[in-house]
Design a protein around this ligand. Structure first.
Ligand SMILES: Cc1cc2nc3c(=O)[nH]c(=O)nc-3n(C[C@H](O)[C@H](O)[C@H](O)COP(=O)(O)OP(=O)(O)OC[C@H]3O[C@@H](n4cnc5c(N)ncnc54)[C@H](O)[C@@H]3O)c2cc1C
Length: 446
């Protein structure tokens, strides 16, 4: 999205995007802020702008929820229409950053040969665990120490594999721990909160029992399989137990994994049993993918850098700022629109001024977002506290008893067993030079 916005605002830029994976693998569902497209230019008549408008109305029809890989595919089509060159696949992995070029792996089989790709402006949009973010710090460190290897490439393989607190402005703020439970079902189903009646009858007693608000999403993949995705709040012990078992969004646990705490297994089964009993949902056994993650916020300590060769490097997306409560994508769009506007001023402003402005804008946005996140966290904590208390008081009428939950789970398991054997499971941004203003060498997206 950063590359698209830069191109929108600076049509003469030569933009190249590098992506290490051939296909986008992540399929978590994003809740997009409806106002996020305010930062884009949507008044043009070119194909890219038309596609952007179509995406905007598609999102509106889907209540601003879309799987990550689907959104990435849509954005890829828009970027291609905007004449942005995209190189993705095994050979396009950035291995290191030098003051005026990046080093990319030449192909998947010859790891020893690397290709040098020059840049004028380099935008590191390489995600929350960004190596570009660490590379900027390393470049600044070398410059401060006037070390001998000042002009050398900072190799990603030499950088820390973990995200250090020192990379972030004020450290990382973990807001809540969550688990994502994705499981396949036999046919389409309804959401538990599909009507006000269901909300009162089902959602309230279930969330009270679980001690967690649950976000549910129902989807169908390209093979026609139906999936339910439910996000639960969990406590730190449950999170740690799954993490210690090596599980995350890329390596989900199953319901039978021993690292899965019994309390969490019970919560997942309860959710599925209520959905089975009241929404007619029949799950495919052993199809659960259970991934712990946390929602948190951070902002890079060093968002921009001017290299010793006078080139501009800056961060975008999660590499720059990660935000909780469905604000990350929105924030990325606003920051990249601002960066695009600033790059358009390259013929009238110095690089230093541009760096200062981009960094200040991103930092102020982060502070504002952090404040909003604090308020939302207080509201969520209050709600969780309220659920916890109301699940304990003796005068409750609208609730599930332990016996009812056992019965629901039992009936779900019997229904699954009677089905016989389960079906087979089917399974941005960049860099610039200029003689007379705007960049002429490729703009590279990591
Ligand atoms: C479970 C979950 C739920 C979320 N829900 C929401 C939500 O509801 N709303 C919202 O706004 N945000 C949400 N987010 C955040 C949102 O997904 C991110 O803000 C967004 O994906 C960030 O995009 P990005 O391009 O900055 O980073 P990423 O999506 O992480 O992309 C980075 C890309 O860089 C590539 N890359 C990395 N290193 C290299 C290299 N060396 N060479 C070449 N390519 C490289 C990677 O392959 C990857 O494709 C959620 C995140 C998670 C994990």
């Amino acid at each position: 999205m950063t590359a698209i916005q830069l191109k929108q605002k600076n049509p003469e830029l030569d933009v190249l995007m590098l992506e290490k994976y051939k296909a986008y693998a992540r399929n978590h569902v994003l809740q997009i802020n409806p106002h996020c497209f305010n930062a884009c230019q949507l008044d043009g008549d070119d194909t890219a702008t038309q596609l952007l408008r179509q995406l905007q109305s598609k999102l509106q029809d889907q209540h601003y929820r879309i799987p990550c890989n689907e959104l990435e595919e849509e954005l890829r089509a828009i970027a291609t229409a905007a004449s942005i060159t995209i190189r993705k696949g095994d050979g396009e992995m950035v291995m290191g950053i030098a003051p005026d070029h990046v080093l990319i792996k030449a192909d998947s089989n010859t790891t020893h040969t690397c290709q040098h790709v020059p840049y004028d402006i380099l935008i590191g949009a390489d995600g929350a665990h960004s190596k570009t973010r660490k590379a900027i710090i390393e470049m600044k460190r070398r410059e401060a120490n006037e070390s001998d290897n000042l002009g050398n490439t900072v190799m990603f393989s030499d950088l820390s594999q973990v995200d250090e607190d020192t990379e972030f402005d004020g450290g990382q703020h973990i807001i809540n721990h969550r688990v994502r439970v994705k499981y396949r079902i036999q046919q389409d189903t309804g959401r538990m909160d599909s009507s006000f009646g269901n909300y009162v009858r089902l959602v309230y007693p279930t969330t009270k029992w679980l001690g967690s608000i649950v976000h549910e999403h129902i989807s169908q993949d390209e093979d026609g399989n139906h999936w339910v995705t439910a996000d639960f709040f969990i406590d730190q012990d449950e999170y740690d137990s799954l993490k210690q078992g090596g599980h995350d969004l890329k390596n989900p646990a199953s319901l039978n994994n021993q690292e899965l705490p019994a309390t969490l297994r019970r919560k997942i089964e309860t959710w599925q049993a209520v959905k089975h009993g009241y929404c007619g949902e029949v799950k495919i056994p052993d199809s659960e993918k259970i991934s712990p993650y946390f929602i948190g916020s951070f902002h890079a300590e060093q968002p921009c850098h001017i290299t010793t060769a006078g080139k501009l490097v800056f961060l975008s997306g999660d590499a720059l700022t990660s935000l909780a409560f469905m604000r990350a994508f929105n924030n990325c769009l606003h920051n990249s629109a601002y960066a695009g506007d600033q790059i358009a001023c390259l013929d009238t402003c110095s690089l230093e001024e541009i760096v200062d402005r981009i960094a200040l804008h991103a930092r102020l946005r982060y502070k504002k977002e952090l404040f909003t996140a604090g308020l939302k966290k207080a509201a969520v904590d209050f709600l969780l506290w309220f659920l916890n208390i109301s699940n304990k008081v003796p005068w409750q009428t609208n609730r599930f008893t332990a016996a009812e939950i056992d019965q629901l789970i039992d009936s779900m398991n019997r229904a699954i067993a009677s089905q016989g054997a389960p079906d087979n499971l089917a399974g941005a941004a960049g860099f610039s030079t200029d003689d007379v203003g705007l960049p002429t060498a490729p703009l590279i997206a990591v």
